[in-house]
Design a protein around this ligand. Structure first.
Ligand SMILES: [Zn+2]
Length: 264
């Protein structure tokens, strides 16, 4: 390669550099296996890249570095095209900003604060009792939209809500989604939650016995029917109460279509 030609190629390399730096999305690198007769100029033309991009992508000595058959070269991304003028309507099939957004949170993978597996509470010597009398109308976990941190137990308004185990009242207040809610702290860092109460009958700091009435059933907060929303948490993670409550599971009628997705 002549000196002038080489200088021109190096100039191309310099020009190509900003385009490469601008491509922050890195697809898996494509690779070309060098065949007899291949040249960098030929490969650059073939893959819509510049010689300079080939040189830098493969850390070659320069644009006239010798190629040997069988050598594997990373194919650089084509140079970035100039942005489409804003006055032009976007071409059909191009990704819109909405399409470019990451997938909605309601994917098949649960949030990190959910444990779908059977709890491995080997050291926990704590027996839980049902907090209300009634069928489970919504189970723990995936919903049509989002994730359900507990179970819903249908019960008549005003009927008692019982402490699932002995503990201390951590919270007794009104929250936007839970409505009137009680949270009990138990041994082994376990917290139970009782939401949508009509009335809270205990106050923060109170000590309660297992089975003690702590509230009455209602539909305060985000709820469309009278029920107890019950959660069992440990170290900030929500566990499936049906794995921890005594058998038989009272799933008398689980039909999500009957239940408002807005219910907590
Ligand atoms: Zn619920």
């Amino acid at each position: 390669m002549s000196r002038a030609c080489r200088a021109a190629a190096l100039g191309l390399a310099v020009l190509a550099a900003p385009a490469l730096a601008g491509s922050d999305v890195a697809p898996p690198p494509r690779v070309h296996e060098v065949a007899r007769g291949d040249t960098l100029v030929g490969l650059a033309k073939r893959y819509g890249a510049t010689v300079g991009a080939f040189v830098s992508a493969n850390q070659l000595r320069g644009p006239d570095a010798p190629l040997t058959p069988g050598q594997r070269l990373v194919i650089p991304a084509p140079p970035t095209r100039p942005p489409v003028s804003k006055t032009r309507a976007p071409a059909k099939g191009l990704a819109t900003p909405a399409m470019a957004r990451p997938a909605p949170p309601a994917g098949p993978r649960p949030p990190a604060s959910f444990v779908l597996a059977v709890p491995d509470f080997d050291e926990v010597r704590l027996a839980f009792a049902w907090p209300a009398e009634g069928p489970v109308t919504s189970t723990f976990g995936r919903r049509r939209s989002g994730w359900h941190r507990g179970i819903d137990i249908k019960a008549e308004r005003g009927t008692p809500v019982w402490a699932a185990a002995a503990g201390v009242v951590l919270v007794s207040r009104v929250e936007p989604r839970y409505g009137r809610v009680i949270k009990l702290a138990h041994d082994y860092d376990i917290v139970t939650v009782y939401a949508h109460n009509e009335q809270n009958l205990v106050r923060a700091g109170d000590r309660v016995a297992a089975g003690e009435t702590i509230a009455t059933v209602g539909k305060t907060g985000r709820a469309t029917a009278d029920h107890v929303h019950f959660e069992i948490r440990r170290n900030g993670r929500a566990y499936n109460p049906l794995y921890l409550l005594p058998l038989p599971p009272r799933i008398a009628h689980v039909e999500e279509t009957d239940e408002s997705p807005a219910d907590e």
